[in-house]
Design a protein around this ligand. Structure first.
Ligand SMILES: Nc1ncnc2c1ncn2[C@@H]1O[C@H](COP(=O)(O)OP(=O)(O)OP(=O)(O)O)[C@@H](O)[C@H]1O
Length: 546
């Protein structure tokens, strides 16, 4: 395998699988060397460090696993963030390991803040042609061991294998700008932590950026959350395009984890900032309480002053006028004061029917970042991390078995892992594949289980209500069709992990996905209001999950 055939292969892969990254790849990246099992990629100096970190920490892993799968070779990708010239020869960005932790990257940054100065060409003679126009080439980054504050870090990239290659021989892939313009600079931990400023919801210290496993399904949300937290530490990095940050996706995929991670990060690096983290329910309840006690000033004092307001599950915001008005005013005031607002929801702002238009547009005015169900790789890493943390010996075949069957909801994945560990402890048995299959048979049917589909759900509901599928899928308005139609929509949305409203719109042959949103909310309300509806839904759910 040589450098350029590997590179071309990666380019083809990126173009066909992640075409949205193509532009950035083409403009900013090029292969530098393939030395042993290390592929070094360089970025030009215009690529923000934040995106370099994303490339090094998120996307490289995906490329590595692609190489492993297709070429059966364990390659590590290093990203050399090529920066403009430096005044002193003592500083310079070393390669960012594809597996570097956030802390590693931060240390790397510390060596990288020096103004430009004229200096020699970036590559040794006979090396790869510079991607920069002649005369505009940035100078090389000089490393000096004596002055290196982090001598244990990896050596600079190996340029010895470089062969000349003209730019048009290499189609350059690019990485999409997932969190625009966030330059990544060194946060410094304060010497002594000040008093904790968190209010309301307690923060789980385990939920950090380090413990969040990220990849293609969640990297936009992860990167944006990290960027927001980093901007708190270094306000120069603040990107107003990301305020508010709105993270959405189905249940159990780590949205709340990311909110905790932001709080933990700020608390670690900038504890003097005030961070208020609440659920939408807390917000609504406190508002109602404040109105009843004639204490709305206290409420406003609390909610309109924090540097960061994080609100979880905003789809549950109440629909009272007073709540809507208060959210609107709180939002506007924080926004005007350039304070940060981060929200999560199980759907996009425009899909939250109860929200009036002006709130929907406020919530959508920053970055709306999706989280999708995890893929097999992410699930495997999460399982391995859990097992390692608890000192459990989880054989690879068990990891494979669980990750390939439960890979749509991390909460369920964790539940399966916890049950398995618990049963093994109670029975005092080692965890083997047959043991795991038996222990998890409620969660993973031994026959492999039928994958639940919208059609199966509709059939089951039709049986229950004595109507036909055609009637459910028609536009007929009699109640005897509307009820099973709405219940089918509700069950499909809740039992098929990751299914989106637009996908349900198509399955149910509706013109507009808001019909599905409305149906789900309607059924949710009915379940709360009416015990017999709840019983029917519970029964159908049980049958469908069998
Ligand atoms: N990518 C991930 N890496 C590590 N742990 C994760 C990841 N995604 C989710 N988890 C874990 O899964 C569990 C559920 O996550 P979380 O509560 O953040 O989900 P959520 O999207 O907020 O769900 P809901 O919408 O139901 O509130 C948590 O224990 C969380 O730490």
């Amino acid at each position: 395998m040589d450098l350029f055939s590997l590179w071309e292969d990666l380019v083809t892969y990126i173009k066909s699988n992640d075409s949205e990254y193509s532009e950035m790849f083409e403009l900013h990246l090029y292969p530098v060397s393939l030395s042993g099992s290390v592929l070094t990629i360089s970025t030009d100096h215009t690529l923000p460090k934040y995106q370099v970190a994303w490339l090094a920490n998120v996307y490289s892993r995906k490329l590595e696993s692609y190489i492993l799968k297709t070429k059966n070779q364990q390659i590590t990708i290093q990203v050399d963030n090529y920066r403009p010239p430096k005044i002193t020869p003592n500083d310079g960005p070393g390669p960012v390991s594809a597996h570097a932790s956030a802390k590693d990257m931060e240390r790397e940054k510390a060596r990288n803040v020096v103004p430009p100065a004229p200096s020699p060409a970036p590559f040794p003679e006979g090396g790869i042609p510079s991607p920069f126009p002649e005369g505009n080439e940035p100078a090389p980054v000089m490393e000096s061991k004596a002055a290196d504050p982090f001598p244990e870090e990896a050596a600079p990239p190996d340029f010895t294998n470089l062969k000349p290659k003209s730019a048009d021989e290499v189609a350059l892939p690019s990485i999409q700008d997932v969190a625009q313009g966030s330059l990544f600079e060194e946060p410094k931990k304060p010497e002594a932590k000040k008093a904790k400023v968190f209010q309301s919801n307690p923060i789980n210290e385990e939920y950090t950026f380090e413990t969040f496993v990220h990849g293609g399904c969640n990297d936009v949300a992860y990167s944006a959350a990290l960027a927001v937290a980093q901007a708190a530490v270094n306000p120069k990095l603040t990107d107003t395009n990301m305020n508010p940050l709105f993270i959405y996706g189905p249940s159990g995929l780590g949205k709340t984890h990311l909110l905790h991670a932001i709080c933990n990060y700020i608390h670690e690096y900038k504890p003097e900032l005030s961070v208020l983290f609440v659920s939408s329910e807390t917000f609504t309840n406190e508002l109602i309480d404040a109105i009843q006690r004639h204490a709305t000033n206290d409420f406003r004092q609390k909610y309109r002053n924090p540097d960061f307001l994080l609100i979880d599950d905003v789809q549950f915001f109440g629909s009272r006028d007073s709540t809507k008005m208060e959210i609107f005013n709180t939002f506007n005031e924080l926004f005007d004061k350039k304070k940060n607002i981060i929200m999560t929801s199980d759907r996009t702002p425009s899909d939250i029917e109860k929200l009036e238009d002006r709130l929907q547009s406020r919530f959508s005015s920053g970055l709306v970042a999706p989280i999708s169900p995890p893929d097999y790789e992410i699930c495997s890493i999460i399982l391995k991390n859990r097992a390692e943390k608890q000192g459990i010996n989880l054989p690879d075949e068990v990891v494979d078995y669980i990750a390939s069957h439960i890979n749509t909801n991390v909460r369920e994945l964790e539940g399966a892992f916890n049950s398995l560990v618990m049963i093994a402890r109670i029975k005092e048995k080692p965890i083997t594949l047959p043991f795991a299959m038996e222990a998890l048979k409620d969660k993973i049917p031994l026959d492999g289980g039928n994958t639940l589909t919208v059609d199966i759900i509709i059939d089951k509901v039709c049986d229950r209500y004595g109507v036909t599928k055609e009637q459910v899928l028609s536009n007929a308005r009699p109640k005897k069709y509307v009820v099973p139609r709405q219940i089918s929509m509700y069950l499909a949305r809740n039992l098929i992990p990751g299914i989106s409203f637009p996908a349900l719109r198509d399955k149910f042959k509706r013109k507009d996905h808001t019909t599905v949103v409305y149906a789900c909310e309607r059924v949710e309300k009915e379940i709360k209001r009416d015990q017999s509806t709840k019983a029917v839904i519970d029964e159908l759910t049980k049958q469908l999950k069998r």
